[in-house]
Design a protein around this ligand. Structure first.
Ligand code: PAF
Length: 284
């Protein structure tokens, strides 16, 4: 595996691959790899001739009071994990090579970025869209792979690709969970032992909702209330950021569950802000 740091190098390697008619898959990440990242890399390995993984803790998607400085990092381990997962090129730029000091061009998808995480992270998704667009330009991938844990991010990137005619297929891959159900996340590292013990209840609450749907409940408001009281009873720690039932593509609030509907939650547990989601199926 090649580890490279400059945008010029990744552009050269990717265009050379394209010239040779090799398919290129991009796996954009912020590093501190866990099994969720590995599953994206392995999917890419199985579906493309060249796998490029970017590892860049993108400053523009962090708000001024967020955890940019303390975001977990372990570059040596990341290099090992990426190499074992079959990545060909690990692209690890620094912020100065990705952003000019007077960088001032942003991509925004305001309608999809406003609800859910966007309500408390108002500049997050423009940072995500802008860096992902830059990575697409640098690597011209045939396919780019993202995790479904960040469902809103995935919906926004799909919309950006559609609206701006990026020539790339976007693939979403299922959430990878710890054996007790907690969705894998680099930020799980922030959890104290007590918070870590409580955290799987986030997923358990979502499964409880699917049981209510299976039993015939279709009213989104009733379901959201049920999830809230489940968390009050079983999680007992932290504070709600949001609980929402929304259309999986438009992210518009759902009222009745006639079609698959996304239940999404963000919860603050100590230093961590955890997100999780489940696509509720009214007709399994
Ligand atoms: O999901 C992430 O890790 C980041 O938001 C991404 C897509 C790599 C952009 O920085």
């Amino acid at each position: 595996m090649d580890v490279i740091t400059t945008p010029a190098d990744v552009r050269r390697i990717a265009s050379e691959a394209r010239r040779q008619d090799r398919t290129v898959a991009l796996v954009p990440t912020m590093g501190f790899f866990h099994a969720g990242h590995e599953s994206l890399m392995r999917w890419a390995r199985a579906h493309a001739d060249m796998v490029i993984c970017s590892l860049f803790v993108n400053p523009t998607q962090f708000g001024p009071t967020e955890d940019l400085a303390s975001y977990p990092r372990d570059p040596d381990r990341d290099i090992r994990v990426a190499s074992e997962a079959g990545v060909d090129v690990l692209f690890c730029p620094d912020a100065t090579s990705m952003y000019a000091p007077d960088h001032g061009t942003w991509i925004e998808v305001p309608e999809l970025a406003a609800p859910l995480c966007g309500a408390t992270r108002p500049t997050h998704f423009r940072g995500v869209c802008t860096v992902v667009a830059k990575l697409f330009h640098l690597t011209s991938p045939h396919v780019a792979v993202f995790g479904e844990k960040d469902w809103q991010q995935l919906a926004i990137i799909r919309r950006m690709v559609r609206d701006l005619d990026f020539n790339v297929e976007i693939v979403g891959r299922p959430i990878v969970r710890e054996p007790d159900g907690l969705a894998m996340s680099s930020r799980n590292k922030y959890l104290t032992p007590q918070e870590r013990q409580a955290a799987p209840q986030l997923h358990a609450g979502l499964l409880h909702l699917q049981h209510l749907v299976d039993a015939g409940e279709r009213d989104a408001m009733v379901l959201a209330r049920a999830l809230r009281s489940w968390y009050e009873q079983h999680l007992g720690l932290g504070t709600k950021d949001y609980i929402a039932l929304v259309h999986p593509e438009t992210l518009a609030p759902a009222s009745r569950l006639e079609e698959p509907t996304l239940a999404a939650v963000a919860w603050r547990l100590g230093k961590a802000r955890l997100i999780d989601n489940l696509l509720l199926q009214p007709h399994p």
